[in-house]
Design a protein around this ligand. Sequence first.
Ligand code: AMP
Length: 112
Amino acid sequence: MGETIFAKIIRGEIPSDKVYEDDLAIAFRDVNPQAPTHLLVIPRKPIPRLSASDPEDEALLGHLMRVARQVALEAGLEDFRVVINDGAGVGQTVFHLHLHVLGGREFGWPPG
Ligand code: AMP
């Protein structure tokens, strides 16, 4: 799998509206928001998709969840949804693992 647009965002070669960063992860606003708040949390490590993660990624995956929690709370969200699309068949378009953090409106269930 070739390099993704998120790799360029991590390196700062493409601008992003960043809301969080640390040694392991960054979070930024989705360029095509599907809700009033729509953030993406990504690891700096280029894991293509959740199903391609390794046992050694366990702590990193936990960290991404904690970052999702933090940016959601900092955005003022009381209720929010965290989504990972794993594979083109369910809508993954960027093959660098990312958590969508969505909130600020009502959501239906099941998701479409
Ligand atoms: P997915 O469809 O789960 O792979 O999600 C990819 C997301 O990345 C989509 O919601 C896009 O709107 C978003 N996206 C693509 N390019 C950029 C970018 N340059 N900056 C911010 N978000 C982006």
